[in-house]
Design a binder for this molecule. Structure first.
Ligand SMILES: NC(=O)c1ccc[n+]([C@@H]2O[C@H](COP(=O)([O-])OP(=O)(O)OC[C@H]3O[C@@H](n4cnc5c(N)ncnc54)[C@H](OP(=O)(O)O)[C@@H]3O)[C@@H](O)[C@H]2O)c1
Length: 310
């Protein structure tokens, strides 16, 4: 029902904003959100009081401490503990306050480093994780299992969506903490504006990665909201990956940079491949619609119009 009270945790983040926009466009008119200043999700008492006061019927958990390889490497404790606190408070608060549907957003890094590709949902916990983001992945796995146990033990509609790497408007373009696409857009744009200087990119460029435009993720969340989801866990992606070198060429061309690209292989590559098997969600009737080149074009345009903020 379009009047269902839906709480989007993290509604000001990249994913949360896209989800809020998509629901609003579809006519949902009782969607609520709180910034981290208004409600610190790490604080259990504050979260319990929020559920008591607001009584949402659906919770979409898009709140998390998120970052790239460097941030994950330097602050593993915060990535583990803050994410556990945020999701535990939300999941248990929702459980205790009779929330009907809970959608937990995880990440494809929950899957083992050497798992068979493409990554099926069933390969969860079958081998060791990629060390560079192990702390974050362990928190996310705990979230998946918290929702799964509530689902099994209490028969509640709590489940998880595992998006691949996301990108799009409102991404984080801070070079210290950003993911690969915004980092490359910013580096190529800066270099172009300084006479097409050479651009140094991290790693060898050989790992393969998959990317999903954030508005497609929002559509997947809406689909999951409106349909009966029988499983505990669904991958969300395009099912198409590419080498990071190829990604760099697409971004370089989009930005219009004509200088040299230097690969700094003293920086970590992360996991060699993270290609998702998206057949489970596809068989239910959802698949992506924005191709990578088009998504990068839209993201670059957004960056150019908003870069004064960075
Ligand atoms: N970005 C990706 O490539 C990617 C890929 C796969 C999965 N995901 C998952 O998708 C979800 C959203 O990611 P995103 O990229 O949209 O992240 P984001 O842009 O960094 O947004 C994170 C949101 O979480 C909120 N938040 C963080 N700590 C909080 C706290 N202590 N209390 C209250 N709110 C807090 C932030 O609120 P404020 O803005 O108010 O501080 C922000 O709105 C996360 O679960 C992430 O793991 C992301």
């Amino acid at each position: 029902m379009k009047s269902t009270k839906i709480y989007i945790a993290g509604h000001c983040g990249m994913a949360g904003r896209a989800i809020a926009r998509s629901l609003e466009q579809a006519g949902y008119h009782n969607v609520i959100g709180k910034t981290s200043k208004e409600l610190d999700l790490r604080n259990q008492k504050e979260v319990q009081d929020f559920f008591e006061a607001e009584k949402p019927e659906v919770v979409i958990d898009a709140a998390a401490k998120v970052g790239g390889i460097l941030a994950n490497k330097n602050f593993p404790y915060q990535f583990l503990m803050e994410n556990l606190q945020i999701q535990n408070n939300l999941i248990d608060g929702a459980h205790q306050h009779h929330v009907k549907k809970f959608i937990f957003l995880g990440s494809s890094c929950i899957y083992p480093k050497q798992a068979l590709q493409p990554l099926k949902e069933e390969c969860l916990l079958t081998d060791v994780l990629e060390p560079t983001n192990e702390a974050y992945a362990i928190a996310k796995i705990a979230g998946v299992k918290a929702c799964a146990t509530i689902r099994r033990q209490f028969g509640k509609d709590f489940f998880s969506l595992m998006p691949t790497n996301l990108y799009g408007p409102f991404d984080n373009f801070d070079l210290e903490t950003s993911h690969v696409i915004p980092a490359m857009i910013r580096k190529f744009e800066n270099a172009k504006n300084n006479g097409n200087l050479a651009v140094t990119l991290w790693g060898s460029g050989t790992p393969y990665r998959e990317f999903l435009y954030v508005e497609d993720l929002a559509e997947a969340v809406k689909f999951a909201l409106e349909n009966k989801m029988e499983e505990e866990l669904y991958n969300v992606g395009t099912g198409i990956d590419l080498p990071v070198k190829k990604l760099a060429e697409i971004i370089q061309k989009t930005v219009g940079h004509t200088g040299e690209i230097i690969w700094d292989d003293s920086k970590p590559d992360g996991t060699p491949r993270k290609w998702m098997d998206v057949s489970k969600l596809k068989n239910k009737g959802w698949s992506y619609s924005v191709a990578l080149e088009e998504g990068i074009r839209r993201t670059y345009e957004w960056y150019i119009n908003n870069k004064k903020e960075y």
